[in-house]
Write a protein of this length. Structure first.
Length: 130
């Protein structure tokens, strides 16, 4: 079993590990912050670590799941992996309409309360003049 010390990727065959190291976008440092060039150098210099006991190897599924949903809708708290998905959702989010309606109603209520206070002051002045 070949294990990437940077992201925890496990490969049964050396050729699969080679493909992992030679891919266009390098893996993200999830297990340790080793430079990708150092890993590739070690691999090509035949300093590859081979784990004989596969029971010690932990699957990298849990590691990858940590930062999956990082974008959250401002209205309904739904989470998304990509910012674009969140923006697309927010345009049609059903909670957005409710939120906008509540904001509108609270703004309208505060204006009405201000008008009532102003009317009371005017009414009080009219009573004092009489």
């Amino acid at each position: 079993m070949f294990i990437c010390e940077r992201c925890g990727y496990r490969a049964s065959y050396k050729c699969n590990m080679k493909t992992h190291y030679n891919r266009k976008w390098p893996c993200k440092p999830m297990v340790s912050d080793i430079s990708f060039e150092t890993l590739k150098e070690q691999f090509h210099n035949k300093d590859v670590k081979y784990a004989e006991n596969t029971l010690e190897c932990k699957p990298n599924v849990n590691i990858c799941k940590q930062d999956v949903n990082i974008y959250e809708c401002d209205y309904c708290d739904k989470t998304f992996k990509y910012r674009q998905s969140k923006c697309r959702h927010q345009k049609k989010c059903p909670k957005k309409k409710e939120s906008n309606l509540l904001e509108y109603m609270s703004l309208k209520m505060s204006k009405m309360e201000a008008d009532i206070v102003e009317m009371k002051h005017q009414h009080a002045k009219e009573i004092e003049e009489l």
